[in-house]
Write a protein that binds this ligand. Structure first.
Ligand SMILES: [Zn+2]
Length: 489
C-alpha cells in the first residue's frame, strides 16, 4: 500500500529521491558499483515499482512492434549476453566470407538535457500516457549512484546505457570503408537532428581482417582503428583464423582485475574482518567468480588451453585463501575441501545447464548437473594423497566439516609437521621427537606418545582417521585438538 501511495503521489509530482538512487548492501559492506563499462561488477538492485512502470512502457512498445529486434537493452528475455551473442554471430558470419569490421559508436552526452525534448516528443507521438512520461522524466533527470564504505560516501550522477554496436561488411576493403563512412554519416545526421554528437575520440573500429593503417574519414572526422575493442564488458580482438575471434586479452584482463581485487579482500580479511570459510567462499562465488565468468557463452568456446589453465589456477589460488591452506596444498585437495569444481568445469556445467533448459528437459536437469559436478570432484579425489584419503573415503565432505587454518593442515598433511617440513627442506629430519620415523598427521592422531595427554583431553580415541569426519562430535573434538596442537608448537 505504501508503495502504491508513493506511486500515486509521484504521478502528479516527482520521483522520491530513493527511487533515483542505486545502492547495494552486502553484509558489513555497503557497496554499490554501477557503471556501464563493467556490468559484471554491478549488483543490480531493481527498484521494483519503477521497473514495473518501465515494463508497462516496454510492453506497450513491444505489443505494437515499435522496437527494433536488434535492441537488447531494457527488453524482456534480452540482456547484454544476448546482445553480445548476436554481435559475435553476425561478425563471424561475415568475417568468414568478406571484409568486415565492428564499430562501437559513442554518442557524447547522450540523454543529457538536449536529448530530453526529443525523447519526450517521441514518447508522446507513440501514444504513451502523459503522466508516465512526466514520471519517467523525473526519474531519469536526477538518477544517481551512491557508494558507501565506512565513513566515505560517493554520490554521483548515473550514466546511461547508450551502447550502439555496428557491424559492417563488404566485398573489398575499399568498399567496406565506403560502407562505414556512409553509415557514420547517417548516424551523424541523426545525432545532429537531436542535438547530439558522435564522439570521434570514443568511437572505435575493429577490423576483422589484417589491416594496419586504415583510418576512416567520416565527414571531417578521423576514426582510428583499434587492436582490441571492448563491447558491453567483453574485450574482442581479431583472430588470424577466419572463423574465430580472439578473447585471450579479455581473459587476461579479467584475471588481472580479479587477482588485484581478491588481493585487497584477503589482505583485509586476514587482518581485520576475520571472515570464516563459508563467508569467504560466498564472497568468492558472488564477487569474483561471477565477475570472471561474465559473458562466458561468448568467449569460452574460443579460448585456448593456456587461457583455461590460467582461469583454473586463478580460482585455485583464491580457494586456497578461502580454506586457509598452505600454498603447496594440491589443487585437487583444495577443490574438494571447498566443494567447488574447477572454474572451466563450472563454466562447462553451466553451458550444459543452458543446453538442457533449452531442450526443456527440466525435471531431471538439476540431477544431471549435480551428477556432472560430483563426477568431477570424484576425479580430483582419486588424485589426492594418502593422508587425505585416510580422512575422506570419497569426494563428499560432510556439511559440518568446515576447513580452517588448523584442520586443513591435518587433512592434507601440508602443514607444520616435520615430515612436511623435511619435504620442503625446512628441517633436516622427518623424525618425530618421540623417535618415530615420521611426524605426520596419522602419527600425531593415533600413535605419538608425546601428545597422548592432548588426545585424551580431547577424547581422540581412534583407529583410523576416517572416524574423525564421520562423527560430528568427534569432529568437534578434533578441531579443538588441532588448535591446541599447533598453539603448543
Ligand atoms: Zn611422535
Amino acid at each position: 500500500m505504501k508503495s502504491l501511495r508513493c506511486f500515486r503521489t509521484s504521478l502528479s509530482q516527482q520521483c522520491p529521491l530513493s527511487w533515483v538512487c542505486k545502492a547495494a548492501v552486502l553484509g558489513q559492506f555497503s557497496v554499490a558499483v554501477v557503471s556501464n563499462e563493467e556490468p559484471q561488477m554491478s549488483p543490480y538492485i531493481s527498484i521494483t515499482t519503477m521497473i514495473s512502470i518501465l515494463d508497462v512502457i516496454i510492453k506497450y512498445y513491444e505489443d505494437f512492434n515499435l522496437l527494433s529486434d536488434r535492441q537488447h537493452g531494457f527488453r524482456r528475455s534480452k540482456s547484454t549476453i544476448t546482445a553480445l551473442t548476436e554481435i559475435i554471430k553476425i561478425a563471424l558470419e561475415h568475417k568468414t566470407r568478406e571484409y568486415a569490421a565492428i564499430i562501437a559508436v559513442d554518442i557524447s552526452a547522450a540523454f543529457d538535457n538536449a536529448w530530453w525534448p526529443a525523447l519526450m516528443k517521441r514518447l508522446d507521438e507513440d501514444g504513451v500516457q502523459a503522466s508516465m512520461i512526466k514520471l519517467l522524466q523525473s526519474y531519469f533527470d536526477n538518477r544517481r549512484i551512491r557508494f558507501r564504505y565506512s565513513s566515505t560516501e560517493i554520490n554521483k550522477k548515473l550514466r546511461y546505457a547508450d551502447d550502439i554496436t555496428l557491424i559492417c561488411w563488404n566485398k573489398s576493403p575499399e568498399q567496406l570503408r565506403k560502407t562505414i563512412d556512409n553509415v557514420l554519416r547517417k548516424i551523424n545526421k541523426w545525432c545532429e537532428s537531436r542535438k547530439l554528437k558522435l564522439s570521434d575520440e570514443k568511437t572505435k573500429i575493429l577490423y576483422l581482417y589484417k589491416c594496419n593503417s586504415d583510418i576512416i574519414v567520416s565527414g571531417s572526422k578521423l576514426i582510428k582503428p583499434v587492436e582490441e575493442l571492448k563491447i558491453l564488458g567483453v574485450t574482442i580482438k581479431n583472430h588470424r583464423v577466419r572463423s574465430k575471434l580472439d578473447f585471450t586479452p579479455h581473459v587476461n584482463e579479467m584475471i588481472i582485475k580479479v587477482t588485484r581485487a581478491s588481493g585487497y579482500l584477503f589482505g583485509l580479511t586476514k587482518k581485520a574482518w576475520g571472515l570464516d570459510f563459508r563467508r569467504r567462499l560466498i564472497l568468492y562465488k558472488t564477487l569474483y567468480r561471477s565477475t570472471i565468468t561474465y559473458g562466458y557463452p561468448i568467449w569460452y568456446p574460443f579460448i585456448n588451453k593456456k587461457s583455461k589453465d590460467k582461469l583454473n589456477s586463478l580460482q585455485y589460488s583464491i580457494l586456497k585463501h578461502c580454506i586457509q591452506a598452505y600454498s603447496t596444498t594440491s589443487s585437487d585437495c583444495t577443490h574438494i575441501l571447498a566443494q567447488v569444481p574447477k572454474l572451466t568445469e563450472y563454466i562447462e556445467s553451466n553451458m550444459l545447464k543452458t543446453e538442457i533448459n533449452y531442450n526443456r528437459f527440466d525435471s531431471s536437469s538439476r540431477n544431471i548437473i549435480s551428477n556432472y559436478i560430483r563426477e568431477k570432484l570424484q576425479k580430483y579425489y582419486e588424485k589426492t594423497n594418502t593422508i587425505f584419503k585416510s580422512f575422506f573415503t570419497d569426494s563428499q565432505i560432510p556439511k559440518y566439516v568446515k576447513p580452517n587454518f588448523y584442520n586443513v593442515q591435518f587433512f592434507t598433511g601440508h602443514g607444520n609437521f616435520r615430515s612436511y617440513l623435511y619435504k620442503v627442506r625446512k628441517t633436516d629430519s622427518p623424525k618425530c621427537s618421540c623417535g618415530a620415523e615420521e611426524e605426520n598427521p596419522v602419527h600425531i592422531l593415533t600413535d605419538c606418545r608425546l601428545v597422548e595427554d592432548l588426545r585424551v583431553k580431547n577424547q581422540i580415541n581412534i583407529n583410523c582417521l576416517n572416524q574423525i569426519v564421520n562423527n560430528r562430535y568427534m569432529y568437534i573434538n578434533f578441531n579443538r585438538f588441532c588448535r591446541m596442537f599447533f598453539s603448543n608448537r
